[in-house]
Design a protein around this ligand. Structure first.
Ligand SMILES: [Zn+2]
Length: 377
């Protein structure tokens, strides 16, 4: 159940409190609690308010809930869409998402982070300059929802695989240090000889399927190693479920990242706030994607819009920036890696313990050359 809904008549996104405040003005009657809302208002809301993700109408208000012991609400007031139901693949089409913000949505109103504050200022200024509006932000979400439903795949990757893959890459690193070195009695007696590297090389040679995997993704190694943890989490969480295939947005992702880089370099508060965090911060990407979206992904136009915003930013009406933005590229690289690996169809027998096997091979090699076994630490 989303915390906010989009009003077709007001062309903006509001939470329950904001909707009641606006309708109080429009209907000339002050009503502040969900229980007191008259049927006429409810009927109006059913056709005026849309789900922020899948855009069905039929909204019903759900009042906030308190636990017996606590005075703070356990659930904030929110919107229920049950007639008609959410469209398939809507982020809110699950009881698990009651009262949560899906990870790809960015609440610019969050005032706890310096980055979000800087971005909200830019969003507010952009709206004041008429470069985009709450409606464009809504339209972008609809664009993304349509893209998403056009391109889905089912997650089947074994969640243990990414961690195993990361270890395999490490073995490959070891193996590389002895590439082309032929083992002889003389070489292995050199005190600098690295037995574990020789063992790692032998291990990969013994498993042609390991080499096939390494060859297939040779140029993706760094990206995969960066994302392996997230890949495992996603594979576990979404196992057997249908998810968005991000490869469809590769071009948009590339362009958005370039714009985000430009933004961070050219707006001091953003540069300062994002130091060391890179440009993949969700709120920065959400704004960059919005600037690109309203300009039909034309980088030059988006860049000049951004420059116009930064020329006057600093005094915007903060309420304007209180919207829910969308970062269509949340976990983009991790999803891409997951899908690529899954499609490759890795069959690793029982995910053998790479380290244990490498140690066993090292013992074997040592024995072969009459060297003492691995010293006990
Ligand atoms: Zn929905």
């Amino acid at each position: 159940m989303p915390l906010t809904a989009y009003s077709i008549s007001a062309q903006k996104e509001e939470d329950v409190g904001q909707v009641l405040k606006r309708l109080s003005t429009e209907f000339g009657e002050c009503i502040a609690t969900v229980e007191a809302v008259p049927e006429a208002w409810r009927a109006f809301m059913r056709q005026d308010l849309q789900c922020p993700c899948c855009f069905v109408t039929g909204a019903e208000l759900v009042k906030e809930a308190h636990s017996k012991a606590r005075t703070t609400p356990v659930r904030q007031a929110c919107f229920r869409f049950s007639n008609p139901k959410h469209r398939e693949h809507c982020d809110f089409d699950s009881t698990k998402t009651a009262n949560t913000v899906p990870e790809n949505l960015v609440a610019f109103s969050d005032s706890n982070s310096a980055i979000t504050k800087a971005v909200r200022e830019l969003v507010g200024t952009g709206i004041e300059l008429g470069l985009f509006s709450q409606k464009s932000i809504r339209d972008m979400r609809e664009w993304f929802f349509t893209k998403k439903t056009q391109s889905m795949f089912v997650v089947t990757l074994d969640p243990r695989f990414p961690k195993w893959m990361n270890l395999l890459y490490r073995q490959k690193f070891y193996a590389k240090t002895v590439e082309g070195v032929e083992l002889t009695a003389e070489i292995v007696m050199n005190p600098k000889f690295k037995w574990h590297a020789a063992a790692a090389r032998e291990q990969i040679l013994r498993h042609p399927e390991f080499q096939a995997f390494l060859d297939a993704f040779n140029n993706k190694r760094n990206a995969f190693m960066l994302e392996y943890n997230r890949m495992g989490t996603l594979a576990r969480r979404w196992q057997g479920r249908t998810v968005f295939d991000p490869s469809l947005l590769e071009e948009e992702y590339r362009k958005t990242c370039q714009l985000a880089e430009f933004m961070v370099k050219n707006y001091k508060p953003l540069k300062f706030a994002t130091s060391n965090k890179g440009i993949t911060v969700s709120s920065v990407l959400a704004l960059a994607a919005l600037l690109m979206f309203v300009r039909d992904w034309d980088q030059d136009l988006a860049r000049s819009d951004f420059s116009r915003i930064t020329e006057v930013a600093g005094n915007s009406n903060q309420d304007l920036g209180n919207v829910l933005g969308l970062n269509p590229f949340h976990d983009f690289r991790a999803w891409q890696a997951l899908k690529a690996v899954q499609e490759f169809g890795v069959h690793v027998p029982e995910y053998i313990d790479l380290k244990a096997e490498r140690v066993a091979i090292e013992q074997e090699l040592r024995a072969k050359f009459g060297a003492p076994p691995i010293p006990v630490e």
